[in-house]
Design a protein around this ligand. Structure first.
Ligand code: HOZ
Length: 423
């Protein structure tokens, strides 16, 4: 059985053959491979190919695949059952751990996906403030709930549908779009709906239009504008939470959100996400308050056990190691791309190589990238045994399971493939 056979079978019963669009590799002009197994930093495909994985399941695999602590924890918990639809110990322990590591999370609720987390946080922000509209940023991605599929990033942008059919005009009118790193555009959005903005929703370090860094003062400015207008600041840390530091981007950049959303790492590779924040806001949730939110698999014991085991492994030494590996990669790549229309951006263990001449700081910069060159780059790098996200508008991830040799190999191969893709 080969990947091509599986993809043919899949296309007969699954739209586009995939359960999430970016996996189809369509915009990079390739066919997807099927993963047979994954250990540490490596994937093995059904075609017998060994790949170094820089996607890491889009973020959760911060320690690499099948980490023994996570696997053992899942195994041990499995013996007691897989889902109860009733309260259990792992959900309490994971919730405590999330609150302990993020002091602004006074209370947290667990859900099953990042989309659910952001959708629920937005409803809560609206319910708490009694306001309808909210501000998001062009190119930021917060999952695929209707309100967020307006000028969205990630797969929506990659596949050319940043605003999706099926989202009604009535829904979209309450989503105000501002420009990342441009406080004036945020002020204008506030002015357009005086007294009706419930919250600003933002990836503090966007990873869903490639990795963009907030400029000094931008996030602080958002905090001030929220306070000035009585709106909530919601940081979407699904990608950055527990990734760029033990308390995510909020901790690393010293920005205090009212609410925050988490996913990916906190489930240890199983479907789990969360939203949390100020006690007075969170207590508006049912059953304490009137804002409704629920889920049959919320707080699933297996997912909580996996997440808890992973979080307990994330010591200061782990973050130091990730920082060291990320810096090593950056140094090598920067040296090799000097003078070329390429831009490497990184924070900690997240990074993107943009096909762009000069810094990428706004959506306009992102939009100007050479996507054709990126497609060639992706295919060339895959041939050399590296799996990078199959899209320019994504970040890739270094894990503690990557070795120095693999980092150096990626740098060498990425430079060579990028130069080849340009010509
Ligand atoms: N949300 C993930 C990071 N942008 C992508 C996952 C997917 O689209 O399948």
């Amino acid at each position: 059985m080969h990947s091509a056979d599986l993809f043919a079978r899949a296309q007969a019963v699954i739209p586009g053959g995939v359960h999430s669009p970016v996996r189809a590799f369509r915009n990079v002009g390739a066919e997807p491979f099927y993963v047979q197994s994954a250990h540490g930093s490596h994937l093995r495909t059904f075609d017998g190919v060994d790949l170094i994985d820089w996607v890491g399941s889009w973020g959760p695999m911060i320690l690499g695949h099948a980490h023994p602590s996570v696997a053992n924890s899942i195994r041990a918990t499995l013996e007691s059952g897989t889902s109860f639809g009733a309260c259990s110990l792992p959900e309490v322990e994971l919730s405590e751990e999330i609150c302990r590591r993020n002091p602004w999370v006074e209370k947290v609720r667990l859900v099953s996906s990042g989309t659910e987390a952001t959708m629920s946080a937005l409803r809560l922000a609206r319910g708490f403030t009694g306001r309808s509209a909210f501000i998001k940023f062009r190119g930021c991605y917060h999952g695929h709930a209707d309100s967020f599929l307006v000028a969205a990033g990630s797969g929506a942008l990659t596949h050319g549908h940043p605003s999706s059919p099926g989202v009604t005009a009535d829904t979209a009118k309450d989503t105000l779009v501002a420009e990342f790193n441009d406080l004036d555009s945020v002020r204008a959005a506030f002015q357009s709906r005086p007294g009706d903005i419930s919250c600003i929703f933002v990836e503090p370090i966007p990873g869903n239009m490639g990795l963009i860094l907030p400029e000094p003062g931008f996030l602080e400015g958002l905090r001030l504008l929220c306070d000035e207008h009585g709106a909530l600041l919601v940081l979407d840390e699904v990608m950055t939470g527990f990734r760029v530091g033990p308390s995510g981007a909020a901790g690393r950049l010293n920005i205090r959100p009212d609410l925050a959303t988490y996913g990916k790492i906190i489930g240890g590779g199983l479907p789990l996400a969360a939203f949390g924040g100020r006690r007075d806001i969170m207590d508006r949730l049912s059953p304490l308050g009137p804002v409704y939110q629920a889920g049959t698999l919320s707080g699933n014991p297996l997912a909580c056990a996996a997440g808890l085991a992973l979080l307990r492994e994330l010591t200061p030494e782990v973050y130091l190691r990730l920082e060291t590996l990320g810096a090593r990669l950056e140094q090598a790549i920067q040296a090799g791309i000097q003078g070329k229309p390429l831009q490497f951006q990184r924070i900690g263990s997240m990074a993107t190589l943009f096909f762009h001449n000069g810094p990428v700081r706004t959506f306009a910069d992102v939009d100007a990238c050479d996507k054709e060159a990126f497609s060639r780059f992706f295919r060339l790098l895959l041939e050399k045994g590296h799996f990078l996200p199959p899209a320019q508008f994504e970040a890739f991830f270094v894990s503690t399971s990557h070795t120095e040799q693999e980092i150096d190999r990626l740098a060498t191969d990425a430079i060579a493939c990028a130069v080849a893709a340009l010509s």
